[in-house]
Design a protein around this ligand. Structure first.
Ligand SMILES: NC(=O)c1ccc[n+]([C@@H]2O[C@H](COP(=O)([O-])OP(=O)(O)OC[C@H]3O[C@@H](n4cnc5c(N)ncnc54)[C@H](OP(=O)(O)O)[C@@H]3O)[C@@H](O)[C@H]2O)c1
Length: 232
């Protein structure tokens, strides 16, 4: 049975990834900051017959990451899915409004945590069959697509994540590891809001199709959930 590790698994796209992977008979390590508050995930885990387990993980807490890596040492992870992310505030990211402290926190979660997770679990991925890492980015990190400005912290954190993934794709290729970089679309989650264009089901179904069919030519490419390439 293939195995995935998903961050930010308690709501939004992360929860939907767990649902769809479970339905496709994957074993899932579902990670979230506060397992005791993760009611939907707890129900899913209880109904999964042991296939879904829940693990406490704040991705910006290095001792959580190393504790989980120690717990899972020697266990293959076919798909490491870096999904957790924050968009700190619709009105708070205008020119002149972004504090350095908050900006660094956004970078820590959106940009640095995905590579820290990859470093912590690279051996697990390398001993698996599928050998894939996926990082959820955003079209808001595209320079070419930026026609509206603003969103300084989020945009810059995702643009930087894109570069992190491009380098990881090159660096991990000798170990046989592919790295997917995916824009989920504008999705109806807490982050995307009610006016978003697509459902989590549609977004995750599209992203999983890409991930599960990822060729070497797609490792490190900037792709949307529908398979379209996005300009850097
Ligand atoms: N929705 C969209 O339209 C859209 C568009 C482009 C990109 N994305 C990206 O897609 C990913 C998922 O977004 P979403 O729409 O599902 O957002 P969401 O509904 O706001 O969920 C965010 C998830 O990330 C978790 N998270 C945040 N900070 C964390 C931390 N420090 N440690 C561990 N978990 C943390 C949250 O956990 P808590 O419940 O504990 O806060 C939650 O599970 C993000 O990377 C986001 O940037 C979303």
């Amino acid at each position: 049975m293939p195995t995935a590790l998903v961050t930010g698994a308690n709501r939004g796209l992360g929860l939907e990834f767990v649902k769809q992977l479970n339905a496709q008979n994957w074993r899932v390590y579902a990670c979230c900051r506060n397992p005791s508050d993760a009611d939907s995930l707890l129900q899913l885990a209880q109904a999964s017959g042991g296939k879904v387990s829940i693990h406490p993980l704040a991705v910006d807490n290095s001792s959580h990451t190393s504790q989980l890596a120690a717990t899972l040492k020697g266990q293959p992870i076919d798909l490491l899915l870096n999904n957790a992310g924050i968009y700190s505030g619709r009105n708070g990211e205008r020119f002149g409004t972004c504090s350095t402290e908050e900006w660094l926190k956004v970078f820590e979660i959106n940009t640095i945590a995905p590579i820290r997770m990859a470093e912590a679990f690279v051996e697990n991925v390398a001993i698996s069959e599928f050998k894939t890492i996926a990082c959820i980015t955003s079209k808001m990190g595209s320079m070419g697509d930026n026609t509206s400005g603003g969103a300084y912290m989020y945009r810059s954190s995702k643009a930087a994540l894109n570069m992190v993934v491009k380098s990881m794709a090159l660096d991990l290729e000798p170990q046989g590891i592919k790295v997917a970089l995916l824009h989920p679309g504008w999705v109806k989650t807490d982050m995307g809001g009610p006016n978003a264009l697509i459902s989590p089901q549609q977004s995750v179904a599209g992203m999983l199709k890409i991930i599960l069919n990822l060729g070497w030519q797609d490792s490190g490419r900037f792709l949307a959930y529908d398979g379209k390439e996005i300009e850097w």
